[in-house]
Design a protein around this ligand. Structure first.
Ligand code: SF4
Ligand code: SF4
Length: 364
């Protein structure tokens, strides 16, 4: 059993989403950041950004996702990306697409950005634009994908799945393929931030199960990678299905899918807010530490924060997730648990699975 009191060598940050600004020209319905088209006080200066990158690179080589808001709303964004690249970090970016043109796409590439993600939340402009709350948003994100393709910049398409668009998922996958994306990532809605107003549009647990099963089946023959994100029990379904088919899941046979787990929050993934709050992810606002107070020492927070240590102690999760035989490949969504009960250690409310072991600690 993993100790909750000591940092574990296997818990290295592999992916850090860094909200470099909350400023954004869009006003999306589901926005985790509740971003807006205005200046936000207390955001990191360029020098502070460099200090953080220095610290991260001193102990790990994660992929740094420059996100927002709209990261390109920062005038120094390419200096930040280039600084990280020179430190040996893999820099990627999540722009909204509206500000992308050939000139700044070339700058992205020059600064070492290896991949961008673009969000498409509807297979047509009516669905996408109503979600993004900006007329013309669909057209602009399609154009951004075309520019990325022309400039040779790798891109993935993300979709936040809700009741408003989940029946279009096949069409959105096809659109991603047609646009030339390397990967399609359906994100399951987490009803926090501005997304809490969308709780009624969250698909229900049975729909969730059917959707993830459909994604598993589709991913078998899809010409691009499909990676359900913030849908931890996809990895339980994936293993169940492979077992039913008599296939053992190993790196040799299944590549990265055999290594990836559902929720990596606090275990291989972290989120850093625009003002330097370290969190497990952008959807759970609990603070693991304040980078300014810790002199930009992310390593210290990563190794010692009580929140991160609790996330790694899977046996002490409550309810079904704490006894589930799939907890090490799934773990349930901690943010969804928090949104549902106020306790991030509680069981994932959107999973229908009943673990084999009887729930002797569900009343915890
Ligand atoms: S807690 Fe939920 S939203 Fe956050 S990283 Fe884990 S699965 Fe994703
Ligand atoms: S019970 Fe929890 S750990 Fe088990 S599959 Fe469901 S969400 Fe994952």
């Amino acid at each position: 059993m993993e100790s909750a009191n000591r940092p574990h060598a296997k818990h290295q940050p592999r992916l850090i989403a860094w909200e470099v600004t909350k400023k954004c020209p869009l006003n999306c319905m589901h926005c985790r950041a509740s971003a807006a088209d205005k200046e936000f006080s207390g955001e990191f200066t360029t020098k502070e950004c460099f200090k953080l990158l220095d610290n991260v690179a001193s102990f790990a080589k994660p992929i740094m996702i420059l996100t927002g808001g709209e990261p390109m709303a920062r005038p120094d964004i390419f200096d930040i990306a280039q600084y990280g690249t020179r430190l040996g970090l893999r820099m990627v970016m999540a722009p909204c697409g509206l500000l992308m043109d050939r000139e700044n796409t070339a700058k992205m590439k020059e600064s070492g950005i290896e991949r961008i993600s673009l969000s498409i939340d509807g297979a047509d402009s009516v669905t996408h634009d109503s979600f993004r709350q900006v007329p013309g948003a669909f057209e602009s994100v399609v154009k951004a994908a075309e520019i990325a393709k022309e400039c040779g910049l790798e891109f993935q398409i993300n979709t936040t799945v809700t009741k408003l668009n989940y029946r279009q998922i096949g069409e959105m996958l096809q659109l991603a393929i047609d646009l030339g994306a390397v990967s399609y990532h359906p994100f399951l809605l987490v009803p926090t931030g501005r997304g809490s107003d969308l709780a009624e549009y969250e698909i229900d647990p049975d729909e969730y199960e059917s959707l993830l099963t459909w994604i598993y089946e589709k991913s078998m023959g899809a010409p691009i990678q499909m990676k359900p994100t913030c849908a931890p029990h996809y990895y339980r379904i994936f293993r169940q299905k492979e077992k039913e088919a008599g296939r053992k899941v190993t790196f040799e046979t299944h590549g990265l899918s055999a290594m990836t787990k559902g929720c990596m929050g606090g275990q291989g993934f972290a989120f850093i807010s625009n003002t330097g709050r370290a969190q497990i992810c952008g959807f759970l606002e609990e603070e693991a530490g304040d980078l300014r107070k810790e002199n930009y020492n992310f390593k210290k927070i990563w190794d010692t924060s009580e929140l991160y240590l609790k996330m790694r102690d899977l046996d002490n999760y409550n309810g079904r997730c704490g006894i589930c035989e799939y907890r090490r490949v799934c773990g349930g969504c901690r943010a969804r648990a928090f949104a549902s009960t106020g306790n991030y250690l509680d069981e994932e409310p959107y999973c229908v699975y009943q673990p084999l072991r009887k729930a002797d600690k569900t009343a915890k």
